[in-house]
Design a protein around this ligand. Structure first.
Ligand code: UDX
Length: 444
């Protein structure tokens, strides 16, 4: 496994769990040293125990040497990162470097498998690179095996996937990959490399599209006084639509959806297709982040000098990952509008300090809410669902809540005396405030 990040480490460990012998390689010596000392460089529920178990069984080891990994392996996975380039395309330089090193150290037949998410036709480029370095498909064969791991449930997603996708060019490669995944009972889609690469981008982009679609519906709901969570419920019961990925809110973040959507747009353009549908998907998603800041400003009149508690920093619950996290853009916008920010997140606070050293970090939601004029729910951590609303209201300077993930119930919030705004659902003004009678006629 070349690349020991979110994908490589989970995939390598799960292959070991299936009984295979795995060498996880990474150029980052500190990461490898930490792993060899029993540490885990990423937050992923259940991973620490699984790594420890398979290290003890001597099924997995960690090294900084690609040479060692290549020489000892029959199947080599490229699991290096493919970050976005400034123009939105995928930076494949790590994949290219990895390919060259495999070619350099190959000591017999190798099956070189793309695990990283790569634009379609990357496999072609890998083959060309190998050919330029004197390797034919007989000794280094290329295949594609995209991952569908969600952060926070990656082990479960690997061991109990909906499907396994492999793109191969020979029966021999197919046989290797079937053996590799033999213990996992699920449909296996065996196809060509281009189709396998496309399945990944098309799947992630469709999920992103589905999220932007329900967020677009939430705007209409707000204008006509409907409730988007009920609309989503009614839609999702149609088996052709399905209820997942229909939660309106601040929109998607993370290391995959934003990157995959922009890379897919670019590769489509490079092949002569203008993917305007995905461009609109991106636009809607970016606008959602500003939307919650505007809602807070509208509720407080002005954000200048106001104390805003931001609940949730990671891009979603059960991870510490801040990549493309909505909270980052939202905090930046709040500060730009003169607000004072108090942030709270069960695991991602440490990483956020590097980005925003000057804001206050609190261990609990109530601490963040203390003296706050407004509270902004950004990431739907389970801890926040259990918040004692009476204590929350008494802690706040003014009981204004903007719920970016529709985590709370509007009626309950109204009954507890909050001004409550969420996404695609009717806003709730404070019920205990005496309505201000508009002046009619001439003042007496
Ligand atoms: C995603 C894909 O699900 C996974 O298959 C792929 O391999 C990697 O990218 P991940 O990015 O880890 O996984 O998280 P996921 O759970 O898919 O959520 C992605 C984003 O969508 C999160 O920011 C989440 O908050 C958001 N989301 C999800 C919504 O806004 N609404 C929803 O209904 C669901």
């Amino acid at each position: 496994m070349i690349g020991t990040g979110y994908v490589g480490l989970v995939t390598g460990t799960c292959f070991a769990e299936l009984g295979h012998r795995v060498i996880c390689v990474d150029m980052d010596k500190s990461k490898i040293d930490s792993l060899n000392a029993g540490g885990i460089p990423i937050y992923e529920p259940g991973l620490k125990e699984l790594v420890r178990k398979n290290r003890k069984l001597k099924r997995i080891r960690f090294s900084t040497s690609i040479k060692e990994g290549v020489e000892a392996s029959e199947i080599i996975f490229i699991a290096v990162n493919t970050p976005p380039l400034p123009d939105g395309g995928a930076d494949l330089s790590f994949v290219e470097a990895c390919t060259r090193e495999v070619a350099q150290y190959a000591n017999g037949y190798k099956l070189l498998v793309e695990k990283s998410t790569v634009p379609v036709q990357t496999g072609e480029r890998v083959k060309q690179t190998l050919a330029m370095l004197g390797h034919s498909a007989n000794n280094i064969e290329v295949a594609s095996n995209p991952e569908f791991l969600r952060e926070g449930s990656a082990i479960q997603d690997f061991l109990k996937p909906d499907r396994i996708v492999v793109g191969v060019q020979s029966k021999k490669a197919e046989k290797h990959l079937r053996e590799l995944y033999a213990k996992i009972k699920c449909p296996m889609v065996v196809t060509d490399i281009n189709s396998a690469e496309l399945i990944k981008h098309a799947s992630n982009s469709f999920l992103a599209l589905k999220i932007s679609y329900i967020n677009a519906i939430s705007h209409i709901c707000e204008k006509v006084g409907a409730d988007v969570s009920r609309v989503a419920e009614g839609m999702g019961l149609d088996s052709r639509i399905g209820k997942s990925f229909l939660s309106a809110g601040i929109g998607y973040g993370g290391s995959c959806f934003p990157k995959d959507v922009s890379a897919f747009i670019k590769i489509a353009e490079a092949n002569g297709y203008d993917f305007s549908l995905l461009k609109k998907t991106e636009e809607i998603n970016v606008d959602q982040r500003l939307l919650v800041v505007k809602k807070m400003e509208q509720a407080l009149w002005t954000l200048k000098g106001k104390v805003i508690a931001v609940l949730g920093l990671a891009f979603k619950p059960n991870t510490d990952d801040l990549r493309n996290a909505p909270a980052i853009d939202i905090i930046r916008e709040l500060l730009a509008r003169g607000a004072v920010v108090k942030a709270c997140d069960p695991v991602a606070a440490e990483k956020t300090k590097a980005l925003f050293p000057k804001i206050e970090y609190c261990d609990t939601a109530l601490e963040a809410a203390q003296g706050a004029h407004g509270l902004l729910l950004v990431t739907e951590w389970a801890d926040f669902r259990k918040l004692n609303l009476a204590k929350l209201k008494s802690a706040m300077a003014t009981p204004v809540v903007v719920d970016g993930r529709n985590m709370f119930d509007p009626l309950q919030m109204a009954q507890k005396g909050f001004v409550y705004h969420s996404i695609g659902r009717p806003a709730v003004a404070r019920l205990d405030a005496k309505p201000v009678k508009p002046l009619v006629g001439k003042p007496s």
